[in-house]
Design a protein around this ligand. Structure first.
Ligand code: GLY
Length: 350
C-alpha cells in the first residue's frame, strides 16, 4: 500500500512536499511525472554522498535524466562563500540552464547552500529539496529560506526562494546517527509547543515518525502560506531560537542547533511559569510530554549564565533598533510574538 502523503504549499509559488517511505528509490518515477527530461545537478556532502547518491543517480538515469554531481565536506563550516563559489562555477562548467534542475541531497547545510546557489545562479534555476535528516525534513527544507554563513554569524547572506518540490523519505531517518536524530527532535519540540496536533501525537511514545514529520511540515505550511517573507507570524517559528542562537554562538557552535533549541524551549517554558502564563502543573505536564522526544528540554544543560545569553542575544538578527522580537509561550498552540526593549531581555527569564 502506498502511504505517501502530499502537502501542497501555496506560497508565491505552489509546490508539493511528499512525505513517505522509500521515496528516493522511486525518484526517477517521481521526477518524470513532474519535470521534462533535463540535466540534474546533485549537490551533496561527502557523508550523504556515500549513503544515497548512487541510488538517486541510478533511478534518475533510468528515467532518462542526465546527472552531474558536486560533493563538498560535511558540516556547517562548509556553508560559506568558498563552497558557494565552487557550486555556481560547477553549474556553469556543466552548462546548467534554466530548464535544468538542482537537487539538494542532504541535511540543512546542503539544503541551504544548494538552495542559495540555485536561487542566484542565472538569477534563479529550479531546485528540489531531498532532506535526509529529521531537522531538515521538518524545518529547513520547507518554506524557501536559503543561505550561507558569514564570519559574523549564521545565515547572514541568503534569499527567499521556494523549491519546485520537496521529497521527505522518512525511511532515511531509521539509519540516522542517534545524535543527528536527537538534533531534529529539538526542533520538533518547538512544533509540539506551537501546534496541539503535534503535541497530542507525541503524548504516546510509540507515535508514527511519518505522521510526526507530516504534522510538523503541515503546521509550517500554514505559517509560510500566510507569511512567506517573515513580516509577521512566521516569526513564531523562532520559538526558543533567540536563546538557542546565543547558546550556539557562545559554545563556538560546538553545541548542535537542535540541542540548543531544546534548551531554549525549557527557558521559554520556565519563563511562562515564572510570569504566571502557565501553572506549575501545566509546566510539568508539558515538559514531561516533550521529554518523550528529547531529553535536551532541560535548562540545566546550559553551560552559560542568563546574563551571558542576554549579552549575546543583543546581536540577534531579530533585533531592530533598541527592540527585539521574542516569542512567548501562553499554552500549547498559543505562542505570541512580543517586542521588548533590549534592556529588558534579562527580565524575560525571571
Ligand atoms: N526555520 C524557520 C523558518 O523557516 O522560518
Amino acid at each position: 500500500m502506498n502511504s505517501t502523503k502530499t502537502i501542497t504549499v501555496n506560497a508565491s509559488k505552489s509546490y508539493d512536499i511528499l512525505v513517505g517511505k522509500n521515496l528516493i528509490t522511486d525518484l526517477g518515477e517521481i521526477f518524470i511525472k513532474r519535470f521534462d527530461k533535463c540535466k540534474v545537478a546533485i549537490i551533496t556532502d561527502d557523508i550523504v554522498d556515500k549513503l544515497y547518491s548512487a541510488v538517486v543517480e541510478r533511478t534518475l538515469l533510468e528515467k532518462g535524466f542526465s546527472v552531474v554531481k558536486f560533493v563538498f565536506n560535511n558540516g556547517e563550516k562548509s556553508k560559506n562563500f568558498d563552497t558557494y563559489s565552487q557550486i555556481v562555477n560547477f553549474l556553469s562548467e556543466n552548462e546548467l540552464t534554466r530548464t535544468d534542475l538542482v537537487v539538494a541531497l542532504g541535511g540543512g547545510v546542503v539544503g541551504d547552500i544548494a538552495g542559495f546557489s540555485a536561487s542566484t545562479y542565472l538569477r534563479g534555476v529550479k531546485y528540489v529539496q531531498i532532506p535526509t535528516t529529521l531537522l531538515s525534513q521538518i524545518d529547513s527544507s520547507v518554506g524557501g529560506k536559503t543561505a550561507i554563513d558569514l564570519e559574523a554569524g549564521k545565515n547572514l547572506v541568503g534569499a527567499f526562494c521556494q523549491p519546485e518540490l520537496v521529497v521527505c523519505d522518512v525511511q532515511l531517518l531509521c539509519s540516522l546517527d542517534q545524535k543527528v536524530l536527537e538534533d531534529g527532535f529539538g526542533e520538533g519540540a518547538k512544533y509540539a509547543l506551537l501546534d496541539k496536533k503535534v503535541f497530542d501525537l507525541i503524548k504516546d511514545k510509540d507515535f508514527s515518525m511519518q505522521e510526526f514529520v507530516y504534522l510538523c511540515i503541515d503546521y509550517k505550511r500554514q505559517i509560510v502560506e500566510a507569511d512567506e517573507f517573515e513580516k509577521g507570524n512566521r516569526k513564531l517559528l523562532n520559538l526558543g531560537h533567540t536563546i538557542a542562537h546565543a547558546i550556539e554562538k557562545l559554545s563556538s557552535f560546538n553545541l548542535s542547533h537542535g540541542k540548543a533549541v531544546a534548551i531554549g524551549l525549557d527557558f521559554v517554558l520556565d519563563s511562562a511559569f515564572g510570569k504566571g502564563r502557565i501553572t506549575k502543573e501545566q509546566y510539568e505536564q508539558i515538559k514531561s510530554v516533550l521529554l518523550n522526544i528529547t531529553k535536551s528540554v532541560d535548562k540545566s544543560l546550559c553551560p552559560f549564565s542568563k546574563k551571558q545569553i542576554c549579552e549575546c542575544a543583543v546581536f540577534d538578527k531579530k533585533r531592530s533598533g533598541d527592540y527585539i522580537s521574542v516569542v512567548n509561550f501562553y499554552g500549547v498552540g498559543d505562542c505570541r510574538i512580543e517586542k521588548i526593549k533590549i534592556d529588558n531581555l534579562l527580565g524575560q527569564f525571571i
